[in-house]
Design a protein around this ligand. Sequence first.
Ligand code: SAM
Length: 170
Amino acid sequence: MADHQHWLDRWKENRLGFHEAAVNQYLQAHLPRFDLDPGARIFLPLCGKALDMLWLAEQGYEVIGIELSEIALRDFFDENQLDYERIESDRFVVFRSGRIELLQGDFFDLRRDDLDGCALVYDRAALIACAGNNAVAATATLRSARHGRRPARSRRDRRDADRKNHPAAT
Ligand SMILES: C[S@@+](CC[C@H](N)C(=O)[O-])C[C@H]1O[C@@H](n2cnc3c(N)ncnc32)[C@H](O)[C@@H]1O
């Protein structure tokens, strides 16, 4: 795929103008609004080697990311001095270290089950990197993951649902 080659070349040639050298300030400022359960699973599509993943794991969350480039994922773990295991599966190569699990492969190969239990999707410069129709397809992929077998809900969602189902109790 031409688009894939574009990104793989950028990682190979270290053309990484999109990469932020610090944790994203908006993530830090706004994450509390989601009122996530401790240890909630957060999905980062097209994750690159974002330091946000490290910060989220340090806050106690489980992180799952997907990224086309193996260079990006190796750099992420090496630059942050994290030991990791690397496991080849049918669709992805899985890199794992503590609370962080990164899939190396194509976002469009994701299946619902891969994102089971995710409470939040954090997109920073991700879907915008999908050109034209791909961006629409990417949104559809996320929607279908969100409505998978075990849709995850935030603590606030669950509270609202309880109030709706048992109005007398609240
Ligand atoms: C603009 S960068 C953003 C990276 C990261 N979210 C960040 O904040 O630094 C887009 C990333 O998406 C990756 N990518 C592009 N197409 C992809 C695909 N189909 N599946 C997985 N990753 C992809 C690229 O390799 C690149 O690292």
